[in-house]
Design a protein around this ligand. Structure first.
Ligand code: UDP
Length: 334
């Protein structure tokens, strides 16, 4: 049995990952402090509740398990909060990750997969964004993730720690079986908010600005299904375990196709109408720090990892997220 530690495995992306890993025959241990994750999302593997700040716990975990690799999804990830409370972001995302990397080095665990982000690039100089694009983050969240990317390069040369950073664009969608989905508190992401407006959990969806330099004036993003993100991690893991990937590598993950806020709303209106639901759309001011267009060039992940997104239709993404949203709304009504 190959043992994998998934840090943050009770969160949105981590829980989908744990399910995929378990289904593929890996033995999974989840470490999660449940600050933004949920015990109910921990359906597979063994859950250890704890924080990366707890060095004794980390030491104990690595002394009692022989991990072949570590996947690290646990992070504070609200851009706005990172501006007002940067200490939290540097402590959790940088110092916490350092604790994890150091215990890995001490115990000779050599393979690491890290959730990075398009926010490490900052304001795009060109799109689609490939791995050669300059990384100049414009908020502490993006900066904290870039610092870890940098640390991983140095840990590869000094300690032989092999790593893959996967830079997500807009993670979305839900488990096609309907067991898992997105749940943030507060929710800030477009697709869940649109669907909550349709299910009645929210009054309306607000469009943050219609005066961007795009065809319909709303921002364009690259929405990537959580299952496809996880399949990229699965491939990265195989390449690390077979030593086809060494050193510190990084890949951008997206579908390479952008959708505007208005296109997402239109697609959602169509999907929810099939069951007789509607939603109210309101206009709002631009949100600070939103670039007009963010689209990934994922050619490198396709060529080197052999990755191919399976759920790249926006309709499928919204259908899976809607199935999950209806379940959440029904739970609240009972
Ligand atoms: N957005 C919006 N209304 C909302 C939430 C988001 O118009 O209630 C827009 C946001 O300005 C951005 C896009 O939807 O252009 C995607 O935002 P999200 O927060 O989902 O992801 P981000 O791109 O910030 O990571």
């Amino acid at each position: 049995m190959t043992h994998i530690l998934v840090v943050g495995g009770a969160g949105y992306i981590g829980s989908h990952m744990v399910k995929q890993l378990s289904r593929s025959g890996y033995e999974v241990v989840v470490l999660d402090n449940l600050s933004t994750g949920f015990r109910e999302f921990s359906l597979y593997g063994e859950l250890v509740v704890g924080d990366l700040a707890n060095l004794n716990l980390l030491e104990h975990l690595f002394s009692t398990h022989k991990f072949s690799a570590v996947m690290h999804f646990a992070a504070s990830s609200l851009v706005g909060e990172s501006v007002t409370n940067p200490a939290k972001y540097y402590r959790n995302n940088v110092a916490g990750t350092l604790n994890l990397l150091d215990v890995m080095v001490r115990h000779g665990v050599k393979n690491f997969i890290f959730s990075s982000t398009a926010a490490t690039f900052g304001e795009p100089e060109y799109t689609p964004i490939d791995e050669r694009h300059p990384q100049n983050p414009i908020n502490p969240y993006g900066a904290s993730k870039l610092m870890v990317e940098r640390i991983l390069q140095d840990y590869a040369s000094a300690y032989g720690l092999n790593s893959v950073c996967l830079r997500y664009f807009n993670a979305c969608g839900a488990d096609p079986d309907g067991e898992l989905g997105e749940c943030h508190n507060p929710e800030t992401h477009l697709i869940p908010l649109v669907l909550q407006a349709a299910s009645g959990r929210r009054e309306s969806i607000k469009v943050f600005g219609r005066d961007y330099a795009t065809e319909d004036g709303t921002c364009i993003r690259d929405y990537i299904h959580v299952e496809d993100l996880c399949s990229a991690h699965g491939l990265a893991l195989q390449h690390l375990l077979s030593q086809h990937i060494q050193g510190a590598q990084a890949y951008n993950l997206g579908n390479g196709q952008g959708f505007s806020v208005q296109q997402i709303i239109d697609a959602a209106i169509k999907v929810v109408a099939e069951q007789g639901y509607k939603l109210k759309v309101e206009e709002a001011e631009r949100r600070a720090g939103d670039p007009a267009v963010l689209v990934a060039d994922a050619t490198r992940a396709k060529n080197e990892l052999g990755w191919q997104p399976k759920f790249d239709s926006i309709d499928t993404i919204i259908r899976h997220a809607w199935q999950w949203e209806l379940k959440q709304a029904a739970k609240l009504n009972h």
